[in-house]
Each structure stands twice: as C-alpha cells, then as structure tokens.
Design a protein around this ligand. Sequence first.
Ligand SMILES: [Zn+2]
Length: 474
Amino acid sequence: MTEPMPTAQRELRAADLAAVRAQLGREPTTPFTVVARCTGGHPLVIRNVPLDAAGDPFPTTYWLTCPDAVKAISRIESEGWIASLNERMTDDEAFRASVEAAHDVYAADRATDLAAAHAWGGVAGTRIGIKCLHAHYAYRLAGGDDPVGAWVAERIEPVHADQRRGRVAAIDQGTNSIRLLVVEPAAEPGAPATELARDMLITRLGLGVDRSGRFDHDALVRTVEALGTFCRRARALGAERIRVGATSAVRDAENRDEYAAAVRTLAGSELEVITGEQEAGLSFLGGTHGLDPGRGPFAVQDIGGGSTEFVVGAAPGIAEHAISTRMGSVRMTERHVRHDPPTAEDLASLEVDVASVLDEVDASVAVRDARTFVAVAGTATTLQAIALDLSRYDPDRIHRTWLTRGDAERVRDALAAMTDVERAALPVMAPGRGDVIVAGAVILVATMRRFGLDRALVSESDILDGLALEMLGG
Ligand SMILES: [Zn+2]
C-alpha cells in the first residue's frame, strides 16, 4: 500500500468551512475535517493537520469548535478543575496511567499524518499532566479512550437542551474499508435524520481472503483497532445502540468468529453477517431513500471491495430484485492487475472477467429497464470527484449529481494510465483506494455500456445509510 495522505487535506465541505469560520470568529489556521457534530448538524469537533498554514507545528489534532461546548468547559476550567485533576494525577496511580495512555495514543494518531509530530506530545501537546479540558473532551468525541474527557462529559452534557433521544450508530464492515455513521433521529417523521459523525478507514480486512479463505492476522488487528475507535466515538456521541453489519469478505472467511468476538466486546451487539440479498436491499434503501418516485424504476449498483450488488425496484427504498456478484474492486485487482500501471493485457483480462459477470446480471435483473441508474459507494463518488476536477473531496458537491458515461470513460482511462503512487496522490483519493480504483472504474463503465445507461446518479448514501435508516425504523 502507498503512503496515505493526511485525511484532513482530502475531504472538506464548503458549508463546514463557513460554519467553522463563524464559530471561531476567524479563518481556521489549518486544513481540517469534521469529526463530530451537534444536534442541528453544526461542527462540534474538527481534526486538524499537524502543520498550520505557515508550516508551524499545530499540536492540537482534535479541536472543539461548538461555542456552547467551549463555554461550558471554560466555566469548569475557571472553577480550578485543571489544578485539582493534576493533583489527582499524583495521588491516583490508575488515573495517571490512563491519562498517560491517552497521551501516547493521541501522539501516535497525530504521527499517522506526520511522523515527526509524534514528538510533540499527547492531548493538547503535552505528555504529562492535564493542560486543557477542551482538548480532552474533543479527543473523547473523536474516539479517544480519555478519562479526563469522560469526566468533562459527565459535567457538561447535554450541551444543547434540544438534543433528541434515540441516537444510533451503524458500522459497515467491508472488504476494503470500515465505515461509521452516527445519527440523531429527525424531530418529525419524514424529515432527514441529523448526521453526527461519518467516517471511513481503509484496513483491508479482506486482504487475501479470496486466496486463503482466512483473514490476514495484521489486517484483523488493524480492523479491530479501528472498530474500537469507532465504537468509542459512537458512545461518546450518545449512540444508544451500535449495529455492525459485515459483508462479502467477512461472509467468506473461515476465522470470522475472531472478528465476531471483537464486535461483541466493543459494540455490545452481535455481528450481523449480511447476506447478499440483505446487502442489496440495504444499498437500495440507502441509495434511493427520498428520491422522487416519478423517476422510477430505479437500479442501484454498489461496487464494493469483494462484491458488487445490482438492485432494481419501482419505488424508492423498496428493493424488488437483486443480484450479488463476487466481482469487487479489490478482488478483481488481486486477480488481474499484475503491473503498475496495468498493462493492456491486465485490463483485457479484467474486462473479460467483468463481462462474464455482467452476463449473469443481465440474465437475472432488469438493470437495462431502469429510468434512474444510481451508483453508490467509493468507486463512483471518487470518479465523480475527479470528473468534476475537485481540489478536495466535498461530499456536498458529489452527492446526487450526474456522472455521464463519457466522463466515466475518460476518468477510467486517465486512472489506468497512472501508477499506484500517482493515483494515491490525487487530492480526492482516499488512502488505500488508489491501487484498486481502476478495477472499480472498469466495472462501472462496463455496466453503463452493457445496459445502455448514459449517466449515473452518484450517491454518497449507500448500505451504511441503509443500516442506520433501518435502525431508525425509516
Ligand atoms: Zn453545538
């Protein structure tokens, strides 16, 4: 795998930049992503890159931006609690050990963006003691196992009096990535739920499962660590239930019980191994939820790492026919891509494999009858980000926009001509996607050609949203 780009330089919504600017009352000093939101959807915690615009160290990775939360914590600080908690550090061995562990993990987290930044210390840029309660609370909301953050939470939550009950979290465990969505139910039925957190990490749990039938040990360790962070983050945001749905590679792995045991411990729920049919229904729900019923029938394509689902239905949200194929971007890359960049022979054997899977799809699901073709998940959204020539990944610019077949072909050809390193360096490319996106692009373009689809409605909401919508009963 190629060296990942710092998360915070890849993805940012223009609306969040404006909101944070207003919250801080100044221009943000470093690029950031939003890690947590409040009731109402405004940013609560952002994640900063380690260097500010001038190139100087910026040790506070997680920064609290909601003015009400900031005020509530400043009140506690003015009561002298920083000194009291530091005294407790000297008296209480277990407390001290857990604060120091939080500092260590925080420093390691920052070092994933910039190795040299490890030396800048832990929470709020210190290695010993407690310096800033805002920073500890922000870290807790970002998934940090931080006893000081937990202590603060007990004293200030709920920050907003209108916070609604019934918050839930959904985690989608795929072949290539693990994704988190935390939502608060809408105030009235029919209104959209408020997104409190949405994140994705590429851990490659399915690495090699196609060949060995088992999870690779390191991939499993990496994935369980990400799962732990996501579950802490969901709980810190008040999620009452955490649902973990696993697809494709997890279905196929002999040692999936090891992952299931981690889910039981960390999420407090049983792992749901989602069948191909359920996966299709959830993708369709996520991809078509809220669309105009007059634009049906709909076909949804969900290109994953290990499988691709095709689902059709006359009305939004209600899947009628589906097929799950063992054709995914990771699986197809492992099978056919032998060179970097792929040679014409690599691409030809990939095309042949994809074409034979599409024969199967053509025989079982009426994709070609769809009036609206919806393409969900990372392959399609990333192709659209490149087609739109975005300088950073802005989901608001991508969600429910049209990608023409011509643009999809143009981007596929451009990506196929690049090396893994060149693709990974594109400003909109998620870490770990650069080397598998060519196979994903081939699948998307071949599908549009085969079924005579001139354009795809690209959707940021997919199976993950489907999992959460089901939890909310919508
Ligand atoms: Zn707030």
